[in-house]
Ligand binder design. Structure first.
Ligand code: ATP
Length: 342
């Protein structure tokens, strides 16, 4: 079998506080294949952004990767020099942020930003760079790209700015696109258009990692999902099975607190309590203080990720054995009760 596009194993990242180190990413593993979309879901503060910023190696000064590997087509990007890493960023991995202004320079036209990006990576000459920049702006749905290329980011509407940022991330045609809550700052119509655009990129073979707190967004076009809580992965499953039957009580809580995209809206039931203060990580299962199913053992014992037994559907194993072409990973969950329930 060929190597995965991205394979992260046992990633650990700390932040230096005044008097101690704070572990905010604690042994995260994930895999993305070419043309596959992985959702990283979880409440605010669960470690989604820091996980992907660690892979991109764009952490704040106090952040430090203390363990793990992140192999992009077999090459561990965590072991690269900063100079080599600058070649990876933008060229092999594109990143789309929550706020377009974080990625766009307000003082430069789109033409300058897009062409300089291509020229800096030595991808093509100026004439070709301009041609590609116009083509990419068209690809992301910016009308009249030949004209719009001369505008500054502040002259664009919020939705168009978001598209321009995706164009920036895509112009060098990276194999992997990381989108960190790309639809949070835009209205529902633009949200839909951005998700359609990301779905098209996926169909063309780009691997996509979508960071979101909204399972409805994940459902829209992601194949696989990991659910993060307190810096750890608590469940990994295909989006389809996660939405149909979340195994971890936290995943089930997230699902109950999610508004559906494009479908029926259901009453929101927030998960009681608050995410953990990582400086005072609870003993045992990190979710136990908020879990209505927690028992003494959950308070005492850490919960490793364990495979969930595959249920035998009516009709027997032959049906279960039918290959599911949209998923590549097995289903795992960090809850012994969920594993026991099967
Ligand atoms: N510069 C920093 N110094 C110390 N702690 C930090 C820093 N940046 C993030 N953290 C902590 O790391 C943890 C994970 O943050 P992260 O931004 O990855 O969460 P998230 O799941 O992406 O949430 P959100 O959806 O709000 O972005 C949080 O507890 C956060 O407080």
């Amino acid at each position: 079998m060929s190597e995965p596009l991205l394979e992260v194993r046992d990633l650990r990242t700390d932040f230096a506080l005044k008097d101690r180190e704070l572990r905010v990413v604690d042994g995260v593993s994930l895999t993305v294949e070419q043309g596959q979309a992985l959702a990283i879901v979880g409440e605010s503060g669960s470690g989604k952004s820091v996980t992907m910023r660690s892979v991109m190696r764009v952490l704040p000064k106090t952040g430090r990767i203390v363990g793990g590997t992140a192999k992009l087509n077999g090459r561990d990007v965590l072991a690269l020099s900063e100079r080599q890493m600058r070649q990876v960023r933008g060229r092999e991995i594109g990143m789309v942020f929550q706020n377009a202004m974080e990625a766009l320079n307000p003082t430069l036209t789109l033409e300058r930003q897009l062409t300089e990006h291509l020229r800096w990576h030595g991808i093509c000459d100026q004439a070709e760079a301009k041609r590609r920049a116009i083509e990419t702006l068209g690809d992301v749905g910016i009308p009249e790209p030949e004209k719009r290329i001369r505008t500054y980011p502040f002259q664009l509407s919020g939705g168009m700015r978001q598209r321009a940022m995706i164009a920036m991330a895509m112009v060098a045609r990276p194999k992997l696109l990381i989108a960190d809550e790309p639809t949070t700052a835009v209205d529902v119509t633009v949200q839909r258009q951005i998700l359609d655009l990301l779905a098209t990129l996926k169909e063309r073979g780009t691997g996509v990692i979508m960071i979101t707190h909204d399972l409805g967004v994940a459902r829209y076009f992601c194949d696989e999902a990991i659910v993060m809580y307190g810096g750890r992965v608590v469940e990994q499953a295909s989006v389809r099975s996660l939405l149909a039957e979340p195994a971890h009580p936290y995943s089930a809580g997230l699902l109950r607190s999610t508004v559906e995209v494009g479908g029926r809206h259901r009453a929101l039931t927030p998960i009681p309590g608050a995410p953990p203060d990582l400086a005072y990580r609870p003993s045992g299962c990190v979710f136990h203080p908020r879990c209505d199913q927690a028992e003494e053992s959950c308070r005492k014992n850490e919960q490793p990720l364990l495979p969930l037994p595959t249920p035998v559907p009516a009709g027997g194993r032959d049906v279960a054995a039918r290959p599911d072409t949209t998923t590549t990973t097995s289903r795992v969950v960090a809850c012994w009760k969920a594993v026991e329930r099967g």
